[in-house]
Design a binder for this molecule. Structure first.
Ligand SMILES: C[S@@+](CC[C@H](N)C(=O)[O-])C[C@H]1O[C@@H](n2cnc3c(N)ncnc32)[C@H](O)[C@@H]1O
Length: 296
């Protein structure tokens, strides 16, 4: 991350959510009506133009597939992963959880779009530069939280102590919590992933859950070649890709932190669940693991 500059990748994924919020069925994603207000105007305009072109079922499929192809499936991936995480969060809220921590929150809109959070405190953790930009955009668009309260917690996962920063903002390690770490681990070193999982485990009451996306290392040659291009772009944007991790390795790091994997699934499962289709992306960008803090 460039100091002083908001995260570009957070704008890119919010733009995809803005597009899929307006795209008609059967390809709608998680509804994020504030996403368009949080990204720079050229991006929100592009999302609006693309969704306006989807006037018939055939045109919708064309927009959906055209952007999916151009982005090597990234647009499918983001629309689906946000929906899968929303559902996991709703499950925990229905079980009485009242604390949500969003790690690397970027332009995450959940605190501002989900009525189910009305009794919950939301802790948005990110670099201060991304938080400043988001706060200004929320204010300009007069968007108010739906959550009971929203606390901004400035943290660099590579440097800062997450537990101490959260406690300072009123987070309680005695109460159950839900943690979202969406689209972030790929930008972190293994040490930061392991350290953050340790902090999550230490700050989680039994029954707390973590929804975490991660990228397994690429094996097929074609994927490695495509990804090399991604590395160049990401580095130029100041957000280099670093954190590939095998499912078994992630499960072991979780176990060490007192967190057991409940589910681990990829975009093929989400596409079947939400769009009743096969996943058509060129490759699987990330998987979603749901972990639970074990008792004791
Ligand atoms: C691709 S964006 C995802 C944003 C959001 N979770 C979403 O899915 O919309 C990656 C986010 O991770 C944050 N991030 C990356 N490295 C970080 C670090 N070392 N410490 C704190 N946040 C970091 C960026 O600021 C950015 O908001």
């Amino acid at each position: 991350m460039h100091d002083g500059r908001p995260s570009f990748t957070s704008m890119a994924v919010a733009t995809i959510r803005a597009l899929y919020t307006d795209l008609p069925a059967p390809f709608a994603g998680a509804r994020d009506p504030i996403a368009a207000a949080l990204v720079p105007r050229p991006l929100s305009l592009a999302a609006r133009l693309a969704s306006r072109a989807a006037v018939t079922e055939r045109a919708t499929a064309l927009v959906h597939r055209g952007l999916g192809l151009a982005s090597l499936g990234m647009t499918y991936h983001v629309a689906l992963r946000t929906q899968a995480i929303d559902d996991a969060l709703r499950e925990s809220l229905a079980r009485g959880v009242r604390q949500l921590v969003v790690l690397g929150a970027g332009l995450d809109g959940r605190a501002y779009r989900m009525d189910e959070l009305a009794d919950a405190a939301v802790f948005e953790v990110d670099h201060p530069s991304t938080q400043r930009d988001k706060r200004a955009r929320l204010r300009a668009a007069r968007i108010e939280p739906r959550a009971r309260e929203v606390r901004l917690v400035p943290v660099d996962f590579e440097r800062d102590d997450l537990g101490t920063s959260l406690a300072r903002e009123g987070f309680s390690a005695e109460e159950p919590s839900f943690w979202i770490w969406e689209g972030v681990t790929i930008y972190l070193t293994r040490a930061a992933i392991a350290g953050t999982l340790g902090s999550i485990g230490a700050a989680s009451a039994p029954g707390s859950r973590v929804a975490l996306t991660y990228s397994p290392p690429r094996k097929p040659r074609v994927e490695r070649v495509l990804l090399a291009g991604g590395h160049v772009i990401a580095r130029a944007l100041g957000e280099p890709i670093r954190g590939f991790i095998e499912p078994e390795d992630l499960a072991a790091l979780g176990r060490d932190a007192g967190l057991d994997v409940l589910r681990d699934e990829g975009a093929d499962a989400w596409a079947e669940r939400y769009w009743s289709t096969e996943y058509e992306g060129i490759f699987e960008w990330e998987r979603l693991a749901i972990l639970e803090r074990r008792a004791g």
